[in-house]
Design a protein around this ligand. Structure first.
Ligand code: BGC
Ligand code: ZN
Length: 374
């Protein structure tokens, strides 16, 4: 079967590879689930992998099959699988457990191992291929009614985890009733963080670079949130006008903004850092002022990466809630489809050059035309 792969560390090495079709028996104990890929999204991580700046091939292999934002349909299950059936729409999680205590209790997103295993990213083949086989532990069912937006479950799982972490942390306050939130960044993750917090009834101010109106600002306003361009309103002014912010979710990919966010975070507030920044930026910051604000204001800051099945399940629930509250909203994020694995070049070109793209994704078969599976 065909797969899209790279030679990690080598820039622009994306190519079509040929792999044997996986078998149910690849997972021991009759616990295999064979899934046919329907769609797979690509994001900034894939951009870095294609640039040769990130990612590793599985041990003993020269290439890495890419793709982690998967969505597919179950074709067959082993004799001892009760959780899933042929015909089910599914999304697989990305991380696979290592050896730390956190991995052993199923919270592999919290691993303390230096090496982590991520399908399509690090040391494990990904999903940009025709079929995969995995254990049901790592596969989350998506209801038929959400099939058209199922490819968004993985990217949504990332801010689901970050915001859940914020709420967990805030249990330090005997009572935490967050009212005002800021989201920094209006890309896919910023849009989703806005969606999650609007679904929880917060007053959300989302800031991006581009002056409105454009698709992303329209989508933010459609959620009942406020969109501001930092070109018009600096973060500090936004905080004075629409804060104090009880929660700030940082997803710009521009690390210097973190220190501004620390400065404008409200008392008892929580700042969630979610940008993967591989660069070498340096900035000068008002260290005393920021530190004093944190101390006197009992503030907290947390980093967050990946998600485990709990966060994928939260993503599925929120997509259902969004479908009920803002019908059609999530589907508007699916801006740039590319059809067929053989069009891998166009997929990468679209990812790296398309202006105005929210979600670039490969479509192998349309979810609605995938057949009833019965
Ligand atoms: C993926 C996460 C992953 C992170 C770091 C993101 O693009 O969605 O699953 O943990 O990259 O590799
Ligand atoms: Zn990703």
């Amino acid at each position: 079967m065909k797969a899209i792969a790279v030679y990690p560390g080598k820039a622009n090495s994306t190519h079509l590879a040929e792999l044997p079709k996986p078998a149910l028996s690849d997972v021991p104990g009759g616990r295999g689930v064979l899934v046919r890929l329907l769609r797979c999204g690509v994001d900034g991580t894939d951009k870095e992998i294609n640039a040769g700046e990130y990612g590793k091939a599985p041990e003993g292999c020269s290439f890495l099959v890419t793709g982690h934002e998967n969505f597919g349909r179950v074709e067959a299950v082993g004799d001892h699988v009760t959780e899933l059936r042929p015909g089910d729409y599914v999304v697989a999680t990305v991380r696979r457990p290592g050896g730390s205590l956190y991995d052993l209790i199923g919270t592999y997103d919290m691993t303390t191992d230096d090496e982590y295993y991520e399908r399509g990213i690090n040391l494990r083949h990904g999903f940009l291929t025709e079929y995969y086989v995995d254990d049901p532990e790592y596969i989350v069912k998506v209801p038929d009614g959400l099939a058209d937006v199922g490819v968004l479950v993985e990217p949504l799982s990332v801010p689901e985890k970050g915001i859940l972490q914020a709420y967990e942390i805030q249990r330090r306050l005997r009572v935490w009733r967050p009212r005002k939130a800021a989201v920094l960044g209006a890309g896919t993750i910023g849009l989703f963080a806005t969606m999650i917090m609007r679904l929880r009834g917060l007053d959300v101010t989302t800031v991006g670079l581009t002056p409105k109106p454009y698709l992303n600002s329209d989508l933010i306003e459609a959620l009942g949130a406020r969109y501001l361009s930092t070109r018009d309103v600096p973060l500090r002014e936004a905080a004075t006008a629409y804060g104090p912010f009880d929660i700030i979710y940082e997803a710009t990919g521009y690390s210097p903004l973190v220190f501004e966010a620390m400065d404008v975070l409200g008392k008892n507030g929580v700042l969630v850092l979610a940008s993967v920044t591989g660069g070498n930026r340096r900035v000068e910051v008002p260290a005393d002022k920021i530190n004093l604000g944190f101390v006197l204001g009992n503030k907290v800051m947390v980093g967050t990466v990946n998600g485990n099945r709990e966060h994928f399940e939260a993503a599925v629930r929120d997509l259902a809630l969004a479908a009920a509250q803002v019908p059609g909203w999530a589907a508007r994020l699916l801006t740039h489809p590319v059809r067929g694995l053989e069009n891998y070049r166009r997929l990468i070109d679209t990812l790296t050059t398309a202006g105005g793209a929210i979600k670039v994704f490969l479509e192998i078969a349309s979810p609605s035309a995938a057949g009833s599976g019965e």
